[in-house]
Design a protein around this ligand. Structure first.
Ligand code: ADP
Ligand code: MG
Length: 250
């Protein structure tokens, strides 16, 4: 694998009964990308994420992440190795405050990385505040997480994902169910995390204005297979992508 790849997926296949959910998918990412996987409902976007992150086992193919073949690793091990999936399983404790939620995630990460050295509570506090600030949640630090708006819960989940210091962030429909305003705020945040912290990010999204507004690379899935991949303007001009998915939306 070339050194400049963070993700190198080769010929990935997965079927459920008679349905080929992932079909010969070969996909590579370089560090720093902010990219989107798009396609109609049932195209295989979530399955692809599940295969990358160890929630499903592929029938065939290989996933290499940061130079390691992680194809048969557990989801837990993959997460610890630096691939973080926000918004899938909610990690929020609703009865704890926003601050306490993030601090808990920071302490968990510190225990992991510092081994037997007991983390100083002061350090965790500093990092917690930084994460709250960068995700715009510092103003809610004393609010019980269960009382946050839907958008703020999602941004809190982002802070929790960031606490694990991910090298690759997978966001499956990060703005699902959000108002236009919340969508813009969340995607602006994702773009800022990508720019300022250099977090390589892959997201799925059905709203084309969001996709074309934020992703620097698009990959179109159709019936489990990649039918187009490139810069947004290239994919917009791709006839097959237009026919099966984009239509006259763009
Ligand atoms: P998308 O996220 O693009 O909407 P999915 O990856 O969820 O698509 O689904 C792709 C196909 O695989 C669909 O036909 C779906 O019904 C099927 N599928 C996904 N997960 C499972 C599962 N756990 N068991 C059976 N079929 C599944
Ligand atoms: Mg899905």
């Amino acid at each position: 694998m070339p050194d400049d790849l963070i993700l190198d997926v080769q010929d990935l296949n997965k079927s459920f009964g008679g349905i080929q959910a992932t079909s010969n998918v070969t996909y590579r990412m370089t560090p720093g990308e902010l990219s989107a996987i798009i396609g109609p409902n049932g195209a295989g976007k979530s399955t692809f994420f599940n295969l990358l992150s160890g929630y499903h086992r592929p029938d065939r193919g290989r996933v290499v992440f940061k130079g390691e073949d992680i194809t048969h690793w557990s989801a837990h091990r993959i997460a610890r190795f630096g691939m973080s999936r926000a918004f899938q399983v909610s990690n929020i404790y609703p009865r704890l405050t926003t601050y306490e939620n993030v601090r808990q995630a920071v302490l968990t990460q510190q225990k992991r990385t510092l081994n037997f050295i007991r983390p100083a509570a002061r350090l965790a506090g500093k990092e917690t505040l930084e994460l709250l600030q960068i995700t715009g949640q510092d103003k809610f630090q004393d609010v019980e997480a269960g009382n946050l708006s839907q958008g703020d819960k999602k941004r809190l989940e982002l802070a929790l994902a960031l606490a694990t210091k991910p090298d690759l962030l997978l966001l499956d429909e990060p703005t699902a169910g959000m108002s236009g305003e919340e969508t813009t705020a969340t995607m602006a945040l994702v773009a800022r995390l990508n720019q300022e912290m250099g977090v390589t990010t892959l997201f799925t999204e059905h709203d084309m204005s969001v996709v074309f507004g934020y992703a620097r690379r698009l990959t179109v899935l159709h019936q489990g297979a990649i039918i187009a991949d490139g810069k947004p303007e290239e994919v917009r001009a791709n006839e097959e992508a237009q026919r099966v998915y984009l239509g006259d939306e763009v």
